[in-house]
Write a protein that binds this ligand. Structure first.
Ligand code: FA5
Length: 339
């Protein structure tokens, strides 16, 4: 009996070591561990052994069978690993594991307000246009009725790149570029960055964003301008938002106005943000000056229009109750994550 066990053991070891694929390992399983397999039969025979042999022979059979099972499993695992394709069982995704939470990006609050403002004007029929940030002094000043050496140039602390080339101080030059190319009626908005040599404080930044608006048609009135701005402010803030137009001066509009909205920080009571006035200036506006139309060869007897230029940072500050413009540019994630 012991000899028979030893022969089976040897035969098994040789065969299992040579198995190269699933088919061969399966043949071995059936041959040795199947219903009529070598080790299965031996184990079954333990019960029929004479009582005095059962203990010792039984132990040898159990050990041989246990060893054979272990060698069989090891070889099977090796064959699986050799034949496995990447992405299959070994690298498979455990779908029962909780998923990783992805950090989603979001738009900068200024971009969000910019997008919202654009949507409001587009819904009123304005078309969005673009213009260069590096401008010639002709478009930034002369064509807007601000001749060279005119004191009004002091209103815009400009950053010059060359004698006649500067970073645009406002989005108003886009008005000229559009009117040069098109005939009325025109209703456009021009969003974008502006640059000024302004001292940095809670409400001033050397780079900021404006949205320019221009509407040219027949019989346009100051009432139309006020109506458009009121509709904008009520949609951007809420229907009870207060709007105030103060007489002002811009060389390219006549009459001109500075547009304020009631300070949402202190609800008009007066605070450091509104410099205790209860109002915050958000834009300049007015009826397009006839001199501007002359530069683009529009017939002023037939056409007139209005224009406005609003500061997006100021609008975002009012909308979200932010009391310092610098927060928009510091890229502090604790601040940006709130929007
Ligand atoms: C202008 O820039 C005119 N081009 C606006 C205009 C357009 C008037 C068309 C009439 C017709 P002003 O310099 O006031 O105007 O600037 C307009 C707005 O830009 C201001 O109300 C303010 O909201 C914003 N702004 C101006 N300077 C800064 C700055 N340094 N930082 C942040 N916002 C600013």
């Amino acid at each position: 009996m012991e000899k028979k066990i030893e022969e089976l053991r040897k035969e098994f070891r040789a065969e299992v070591g040579n198995a190269k694929n699933f088919e061969e390992i399966e043949t071995i399983r059936i041959k040795y561990f199947g219903k009529k397999g070598g080790f299965t039969t031996l184990l079954r025979e333990i019960g029929g052994l004479p009582a005095e042999q059962r203990k010792d022979i039984g132990k040898i059979i159990n050990e041989s069978s246990g060893e054979a099972t272990r060698l069989f499993e090891e070889r099977k695992k090796e064959i699986i690993e050799q034949t496995e394709e990447p992405g299959c069982a070994k690298d498979a995704v455990d779908i029962s594991l909780p998923g990783k939470k992805f950090k989603t990006g979001r738009k900068h609050p200024i971009t969000q307000v910019m997008d919202e403002a654009k949507d409001i004007f587009v819904s009123m029929g304005f078309q969005v246009v673009d213009g260069p940030e590096v401008e010639t002094s002709y478009y930034n000043f002369q064509a807007l009725n601000i001749p060279e050496n005119h004191p009004a140039r002091d209103m815009w602390n400009s950053l010059y790149l060359d004698k006649d080339i500067l970073l645009r101080t406002h989005t108003s030059p886009v008005q000229i570029r559009v009117m040069e190319k098109r005939k009325p009626p025109i209703a456009i908005i021009a969003p974008g960055k502006c640059y000024r040599r302004d001292a940095i404080d809670a409400s001033h930044s050397p780079m900021f964003h404006q949205i320019e608006g221009l509407l040219v048609d027949k019989n346009v009135t100051f009432g139309d301008l006020k109506g458009v701005l009121e509709a904008f402010v009520k949609k951007m803030f809420d229907k009870d938002a207060k709007l105030r137009l103060r007489p002002s001066y811009f060389p390219f509009t006549e009459p001109s106005a500075e547009v304020d909205i009631g300070c949402v920080m202190c609800e008009g009571k007066g605070c450091p943000v509104c410099k205790k006035t209860g109002w915050l200036e958000i834009m300049g506006a007015g009826m397009v000056h006839p001199e501007v139309f002359k530069h683009v060869k529009y017939d002023t007897r037939e056409y007139n229009g209005f224009a406005f230029g609003m500061g997006i940072e100021r609008i975002a500050m009012l909308k979200y109750g932010i009391d310092d413009i610098r927060l928009f540019f510091e890229n502090d994630m604790r601040f940006l994550k709130q929007f």
